[in-house]
Design a protein around this ligand. Structure first.
Ligand code: PMT
Length: 421
């Protein structure tokens, strides 16, 4: 039986933007404002972010790593060479893990080192390595902030796409008054949420499937697959953050339901098919990320099947192809499929794109430990009729944001082409 949970997305409270599933490396450098860092960690986590703290050596003179470990619930990293103890991630792992590197407070010295591309401590090395966005919340004496060297460093860092949060002006710890105070934790959190809330799908309705299905053999046994739902749930987060009203139809998973997303829980392929078709009218975009069973037992037993000594053959029958049904429903949805392949990725994905009459298909290699089913990361090769793009290995939340941005781009292009027809 399908169940409906969660508030309808039109009730989305823009005043409390979510950071759900966003992975943030919080860098703390040496400055008195570091005493606000535990509060910042708490507020980021309240909004749903996962936080890993990296401190410079001088930051540890202002606030204890143990405090930050307690509030973040994760080991705090301070030293690029201490990573070998296996307790914390190394700079490459941290850089890959992050959806955002936020440095707060960012000292004048750190701005200068970042501008120079130094890698002489763990935080600088993470910043140099990461391909995730970097945001800095500077904090320093007002003379240091206004010094020509700092001004020039900030110009260069902004030109490189680094996001500056503040600083605010006012009374400073040194007794002077002027610009250079770190923004308050709440204001930093709001700006981070703003960075990730684009409006690419504002006003659009997006229907997404996620997770596995379970096909019953008898009342206690079923056929399923390794899908965890992570990729589909991350897509729901990303589409919502892009301004869409999102309905997520999910097979059985153990994930926390996304905020401000209508969630419909189902178990079997037939239930998923029924739920999707009941929701399809009025939607703009469909993303089929679920690993729907291709076959289901033709006649599930009403009672628990007894063990016997002879071979057992199960008769399976094909399930309805939900993706093809949506693409062929005549409702004009922009339809995006997934292709899970163990070989011939491009060839098989392009064949599915054509056969199911899709607008786009996101292909992933599955079967390995570091991507695809039930992993934290993934890599996608996305195809459409006259183009393709590789979205390199990254966390599923980051990849979902990139895929949603690409879907929005292609969706707009398709709409403009239709208007021009
Ligand atoms: O959930 P995770 O652990 O995060 O893993 C993510 C993922 C690997 C499940 C995801 O990235 C993915 O690849 N999803 C599609 C899995 C799949 O079933 O692929 P497929 O190549 O067998 O199917 C092609 C497409 O047809 C898919 O969009 C699928 O949703 C759809 N389909 C398949 C069968 C069916 N009966 N109905 C369908 O709609």
């Amino acid at each position: 039986m399908a169940g409906v949970y969660g508030p309808h997305p039109f009730g989305y409270n823009r005043a409390m933007k979510s950071l759900q599933n966003l992975r943030i490396v919080l860098g703390i450098t040496g400055g008195i404002a570091a005493y606000k860092s535990p509060d910042l960690v708490r507020r980021l986590m309240e909004r749903g972010a996962s936080v890993r703290v990296v401190m410079t050596t001088s930051a540890t003179a202002f606030v204890g790593p143990l405090t930050l470990q307690a509030v973040s619930g994760q080991p705090v990293a301070t030293n690029v060479l201490a990573m070998a103890d296996g307790n914390a991630m190394g700079h490459i792992e941290l850089a890959r893990w992050a959806d955002l590197v936020l440095v707060a407070p960012a000292s004048a010295d750190f701005l200068a080192r970042l501008r120079m591309g130094r890698a002489d401590d763990l935080l600088a090395a993470v910043c140099l390595t990461t391909t995730a966005p970097i945001a800095l919340a500077p904090a320093m004496n007002q003379q240091m902030w206004q010094a020509p060297a700092t001004v020039e460093n900030c110009v260069v860092l902004r030109e490189r796409g680094i996001h500056m949060i503040g600083p605010a002006a006012g009374a400073q710890a040194c007794g002077e008054v002027g610009p250079g105070r770190m923004e308050e934790p709440l204001a930093i959190v709001e700006q981070v949420a703003e960075m990730f809330a684009n409006r690419a799908l504002a006003g659009r309705k997006v229907l997404i499937t996620a997770g596995p299905t379970r096909e019953p053999i008898d009342p206690v046994r079923y056929i399923t697959n390794r899908s965890s739902g992570r990729m589909g749930y991350a897509l729901a987060d990303a589409a919502r953050d892009a301004g869409a009203a999102v309905t997520l139809i999910s097979g059985p998973v153990t994930l926390t339901p996304p905020d401000q997303v209508e969630l419909i829980s189902v178990e079997t392929a037939a239930q998923m098919h029924e739920a999707v078709m009941s929701k399809v009218v009025g939607q703009d975009i469909f993303i089929g990320c679920a690993a729907v069973a291709d076959y289901t037992p033709a006649a599930p037993a009403a009672r628990k099947m007894k063990k016997s000594e002879v071979d057992l053959a199960l008769t399976l029958q094909p399930t309805a192809d939900i993706l093809a049904a949506v693409a062929g429903s005549g409702n004009g949805l922009f339809t995006v499929g997934f292709a899970a392949e163990t070989d011939n990725l491009a060839l098989n994905a392009r064949a599915k794109l054509q056969r199911k009459a899709l607008d786009m298909i996101a292909a992933n290699l599955v079967g390995g430990p570091d991507r695809g089913f039930d992993s934290a990361d993934n890599e996608l090769h996305v195809f459409w009729a006259d183009g393709d793009r590789v979205l390199p290995l990254a966390s599923k939340s980051r990849l979902a944001r990139e895929l949603v941005a690409l879907i929005a781009e292609r969706y707009q292009a398709a709409r403009s082409a239709n208007v021009g027809d």
